[in-house]
Design a protein around this ligand. Sequence first.
Ligand SMILES: *Cc1c(COP(=O)(O)O)cnc(C)c1O
Length: 472
Amino acid sequence: MYRMGDAKSEAFGTNAMLQPAPVEKIPQGPTIPSVAYQMVKDETYAQIEPRLNLGTFVTTYMDDYATKLMNEAINVNYIDETEYPRVAVMCQKCINIVANLWNTPEQNKWKAGALAIGSSEACMLGGIAAWKRWIERRKKAGKPYDKPNFVISAGYQVVWEKFATLWNIEMRQVPLSTEHVTLDIEQALKMCDENTICVVAIQGVTWTGLNDDVEALDAALEKYNKETGNEVCIHVDAATGGYILPFLFPEKKWDFRLKWVLSISTSGHKFGLVYPGLGWVVWKDKKYLPSDMSFTVDYLGAEVTQVGLNYSRPAAQILGQYYQFIRLGFEGYKEVQYNSLQIALYLHDQIAKMPEFVNYSDEVPNPIVVWRMKPEVQKSAKWTLYDLQDKLAQHGWMVPAYAMPVNIENMVVMRVLCKQGFSRDMCDQLINDIKSAVEELNALEYPTTTRIAMEKNVPLKRKSFNHTGSKK
Ligand SMILES: *Cc1c(COP(=O)(O)O)cnc(C)c1O
């Protein structure tokens, strides 16, 4: 049949729409932009609506002005500082603001820190700096520096496994247990020795939503370092907590007010309220940032050091972050985080009232709710939380169920991130959907495949959702 198949055709009347989309080879000829747009867009239709993705920690809502600003900067490469010096200055202002939120003692006008694509890059940079400082100390003392290690709770995010593997640094894991739901400090210190480059403390553990006790760790390390002559410091992985603690719990000491906390990283694209990817790492003082990790630029009217694993990277997130700082201010951030935490507390209460479930912890220090099935209920139930996850997905929600890390890996939990954009009304809708799903599941006559697998203790072969915080 004759068809024009050109720009005058209706998109769905074109030849291109009769063709399969390219999988292996670039198409021979061009396609009209409107049709190409439609094809690409349509491939994403079946995906979850980002704001219903309660598994992710990452921002899924920003207001129209932020979105406009970021879209308008989509063609700016951050690394071209000579061409875009204002963006570089804006980035430094953000580093200053973040450093001050974390009570930096640094006196230099421009605080020592770095832009990152997310917490992963920021954690890497913090870890590498600690490693290099340790190498320097070892060299000075004439001691070997080929067996570095770091200590972290088994509730670590996968980036620390990458850090250990890529740089060949031994990761010493402190197991979580039902008594020690966060970093067991006594155990952690037992794992430290002269080769320990740092202890990583987590604020907002991805698996549980809890915070390691950094103040107690700092006190314990002070004593340990005095006794041993070692200089084991702390890197705080504050991917979540970095933007929660300063606003909601300013009196809590977890940051640069503590002696041994020498670097902190966070995700600007989590509770920093910016779309992905944005992260920050800050050092307590310029002297803790090894000079060979950074290069110096002086267009800010002062010598400024820049550090990073990536070279080219988008600048739009910096505009988004600076906008949020100006738009919200301290009080505005506090309001947003307060609401998220209140909604988390509400959900936590509602979950506690359901006879099937028990919360992982009574404490909700971050807007993260983690629960599991009561062991006695699980025994007789014909379903698991994996089935509940599937049921909720039918209503558009992404609420991941996952097994906990080593030592408590038989515990399956479910997690909801209460972020900006998740209102009390949406939370009520979720709760209703959970209740009706549970009702249907309780009425099952035969056990589900995940329940049978659990019984046989075989690992579940499930299509895994890559929720931030899960190990592969
Ligand atoms: C999310 C997270 C990371 C990784 O952060 P990205 O920003 O996704 O790279 C690292 N550590 C913790 C504790 C996290 O929650």
